[in-house]
Design a protein around this ligand. Structure first.
Ligand code: PMP
Length: 357
């Protein structure tokens, strides 16, 4: 087990960013958080007393799961938040520090669509600073925009490997963003298990404005269980816990998470297979005439520039194969995103594309 990284407390920073009305919040105290020991008779939570496997509320703080995550990532348990998917963490971070109608969120499109949707739901302005050459962040522009916006620039989303482009951002660029941005920098690493680049969690101890998001939905194969993780300062994690719904992660999901984390070897083997398939897919896609560009991928999908994307998308659906049409994220220029499937699924995709190309 790696040594746990001592968490930055980050108390002052979060107090300066927090929506002021939350300072007087008295968080909900659930039955399971008020009594924490072991009892023989539980008559505290208005549950159905007949044992059926699901009749009791789950641990509101998902401690077993966090202990397992702490062992794998070398991060203190107090620096780990678990959400109902990382989408929940994205929304809670906005609700924690974004003043509706006043503050802004910065993102670097084309990127993951939920940053925009969550900002809209929370009535936060979205400020776009498009990615530059090779889909890398334009650090100077982002920091110039942030300084223009001043204290209203509350959150910057940095998705690496980025969805839908698939590439890792250069570490120097991400570091410059973390160090130059005064609000919280959310480094979304949903796809990092498919990349050879090191994780950003080791920067947590020196950077109290850093939040690292990961998920069990991708490499760990638990998309249905909805388990997302935010690694951050103890102060940020405490505040996220204060505003989350009491039992935000279901008991079956916590159990499923523990099970996959205890079998890391299986996940590593699956990742290896997916990466082998990614290499094959990239090579074959490159040979098709109708594909103008196959972008290099550090994730479990491959983005391609396909002039006839709409036609191809419809034709693939006609053959029972669904891919993602990303054309709207590229100003109308045809782009398709292919998730790496099993060897058999990829063969089917390639055969169908061969017929179209
Ligand atoms: N971040 C990125 C970059 C994603 O692509 C996704 C899911 N597509 C998420 C976060 C959300 O993942 P989760 O299933 O953990 O909510």
């Amino acid at each position: 087990m790696p040594e746990a990284i001592p968490a930055a407390t980050g108390e002052d920073l979060i107090l300066s960013l927090l929506r002021p009305h939350l300072l007087s919040l008295k968080p909900y105290s659930s039955a399971r958080s008020e009594f924490d020991g072991r009892a023989e008779v539980y008559l505290d939570a208005n549950e159905n007393p007949f044992e059926g496997g699901y009749n009791r509320y789950p641990d509101p703080l998902q401690r077993d799961l966090k202990t397992a995550l702490s062992g794998i990532h070398g991060v203190d348990v107090e620096s780990i938040f678990v959400g109902n998917g990382s989408d929940e963490a994205i929304d809670l971070l906005m609700r924690l520090i974004g003043r509706p109608g006043r503050d802004c969120i910065l993102q670097m499109p084309p990127t993951y669509g939920m940053y925009k949707v969550s900002a809209a739901i929370n009535n936060l302005a979205l400020v776009d600073v498009p990615l530059g050459a090779d889909f890398q962040p334009d650090v100077r522009q982002v920091l110039a925009k942030a300084s223009e916006l001043g204290e209203q620039a509350k959150l910057l989303f940095v998705c690496t490997p980025n969805n839908p482009t698939g590439n890792d951002f250069k570490r120097d660029h991400v570091l410059s963003l973390i160090e130059g941005f005064d609000g919280l920098v959310v480094v979304d690493q949903a796809y990092s298990d498919f990349s050879s680049a090191p994780s950003y969690v080791d920067l947590l101890s020196d950077h109290p404005n850093l939040v690292v998001l990961q998920t069990l939905s991708k490499a760990y194969g638990l998309a249905s269980a909805r388990l997302g993780v935010a690694f951050a300062s103890t102060a940020i994690v405490r505040w996220l816990n204060a505003i989350k719904p009491p039992y935000n992660v279901s008991g079956p999901s916590q159990a499923a998470g523990l099970e996959v984390l205890r079998d890391e070897a299986r996940t590593r083997l699956q990742i290896k297979d997916i990466l082998t398939e990614r290499t094959r897919l990239e090579a074959e896609l490159n040979s098709f005439e109708g594909i103008e560009q196959v972008y290099p991928s550090d994730s479990n999908f491959v983005l391609c520039r396909v002039p006839r994307a709409d036609t191809w998308y419809a034709a693939l659906v006609g053959q029972g194969i669904v891919v993602r049409n990303q054309t709207s994220k590229f100003e109308g220029v045809g782009h398709l995103r292919f998730t790496v499937g099993t060897a058999e699924e990829n063969v089917r995709l390639l055969e169908a594309l061969r017929a179209l190309s």
